[in-house]
Design a protein around this ligand. Sequence first.
Ligand SMILES: C[S@@+](CC[C@H](N)C(=O)[O-])C[C@H]1O[C@@H](n2cnc3c(N)ncnc32)[C@H](O)[C@@H]1O
Length: 359
Amino acid sequence: MCAACEFNQAKAEGFAEKLLQILNSGSLALMMSIGHRVGLFDTMRDMGPATSEEIAGASGLNERYVREWLNAMTVGRILEVDDKAERYQLPPEHSGFLTRANPTDNMALFAQYIPILGQVEDRIIGCFKNGGGVSYDKYERFHEVMAEDSGQSVLSSLIQDILPLVPGIIQKLEKGIKVLDVGCGSGKALNLMAQTYPNSEFVGYDLCAEPLEVARKDAMEKGLSNITFEQVDLTYARTEISFDFITAFDAIHDQARPDKVLQFIYGSLREDGAFLMQDIDASENVNNNMDHPLGPLLYTVSTMHCMTVSLAQDGMGLGTMWGTEKAQRMLKEAGFNNVKENRLEHDIQNCYFVCRGDS
Ligand SMILES: C[S@@+](CC[C@H](N)C(=O)[O-])C[C@H]1O[C@@H](n2cnc3c(N)ncnc32)[C@H](O)[C@@H]1O
């Protein structure tokens, strides 16, 4: 038997252990999502050690379910319990990553994507067999969680860190320019920009009616009169208006036709305009993604959402991990010959491409 063919017992045992960890971690992700949605983490943050009855009472929830959840979280080393197994607590070292009190680092929010993706498993299995895709309307709560996600990952740094990546844009926004956000979803980023820069005019385009309703309601509640949201399928968008600044937050790779959308964006920019594209920071080559901190999550989200929603529109199905290399090539093909990549410390998931037509 050749050396390479020898069975490595330690390798097999290590792998079996890893598989157990995967099952436990997957289970904890579901429990974390529930803890976030029903507010258990937030309640426990303010309580100190407490019994399941006290925690259930403070949360307005059923004690039997709360107790089972507490035990799952405790053996998962997310919560702690006393020696008598009576009083549970969320350690302060953990609460910053699990509660709404921390507007930038709440990981429990992201755990919601696991059950959201699980909802469409049967449909995805159908696609494995027959091709095709799963459309946006089959995902309950996707837009809601996406809005919560961008509320945390984009809003917290939009004005301070993200917009300043585009040289001179703050001054222009303050003076008054025309701005478009493509794939705006629930409009969190655009509404914040419209509120911050009242002299500028803002337009948001998205395919889906549901998030646009949320975006309009939010704009109305904020009393904004410098913003409109329109239902537009960007695959067929034609340049009718010119903009000084166009943004896309996590909204190019999952388009049906990212190539056409980028051409539309290029064609819709005024001569000295800029396009800011926030998109996934990964490589098109899986070998380069082996140490990506979110690698398995992002390929999974791709299979179960980003790639399939594109294929459902007869699109290219580039997927979440299209890679910065492909993004660069496609931006260039669209006409952007001046593209600068930026990374921000708080955001391990995205690259910020600042794109212009000039060289
Ligand atoms: C990942 S979400 C990002 C939403 C938003 N930018 C945010 O950060 O919350 C991608 C968005 O692109 C929109 N989208 C997908 N295909 C589209 C198309 N063909 N035309 C217009 N919008 C589209 C989706 O409806 C969705 O709201």
